[in-house]
Design a protein around this ligand. Structure first.
Ligand SMILES: [Zn+2]
Length: 199
């Protein structure tokens, strides 16, 4: 009987170390992987535009091939584990198909899958793809950042600009990790400021 692939999901707010956790997992698994099994890059959705030149670097200088996806790949035949970053972007219109279904197919073919992505947007609303993957996963790792205001564990991401697109990319100038209490105050302040500017 063929074994069923294991799905692992690394999730949490921005700046919680999801991508570095994914890279660590990649390095760890390849350190022990049988040579006959194919080695795949870390995939990420092309719309995320996060990494340049198809390469991601760890702090220790290990370069890892990464590949932007605008369509779903075929389910590979000779692969032990597939790795995906920024899975919250893997919506059908970005990827030309059902990513959650693709992951389920991989598991059915005995391929392990490791995914990293945001669980919640800046308004605290779940990202559908990540939520579905978490429901299917055998291992969910809910990572935390550090609150920018009080240094407590951060579970939320606050947006500092006035954009309302929940998929808008940004760095530390646009987003901050916050604990639930500070995030909630930030949302209320932003709403208040918006009301003031209208009235
Ligand atoms: Zn806080």
């Amino acid at each position: 009987m063929r074994t069923y692939g294991k799905l692992t999901v690394l999730t949490g707010p921005m700046f919680a170390g999801k991508s570095s956790g994914l890279i660590k997992e990649y390095l760890y698994r390849h350190a022990f992987a049988c040579e006959s099994r194919g080695r795949c890059p870390i995939y990420y959705p092309a719309i995320a535009q996060r990494w340049t030149q198809g390469q991601v670097e760890t702090h220790s200088g290990n370069g890892i091939a990464s590949m932007p996806l605008s369509t779903l790949p075929d389910v590979p035949e000779d692969t032990d584990t597939l790795f995906f970053d920024e899975v919250q972007f893997m919506e059908p219109d970005a990827i030309g198909g059902d990513f959650v279904d693709f992951v389920a197919q991989c598991c059915l073919f005995g391929i392990n899958v490791v995914c990293a992505g945001l669980n919640l947007d800046y308004r605290g609303r779940p990202f559908r793809v990540t939520a579905d993957l978490m429901a299917m996963a055998s291992d969910v790792r809910l990572l935390q950042a550090t609150c920018s205001e009080c240094r407590a564990p951060a579970t939320h991401t606050a947006r500092l600009d006035e954009r309302t697109d929940r998929f808008a990319a940004g760095d530390a100038a646009c987003y901050k990790p916050m604990c639930a209490e500070h995030w909630q105050s930030h949302i209320l302040e932003a709403e208040h400021a918006a009301d003031e500017s209208l009235g």
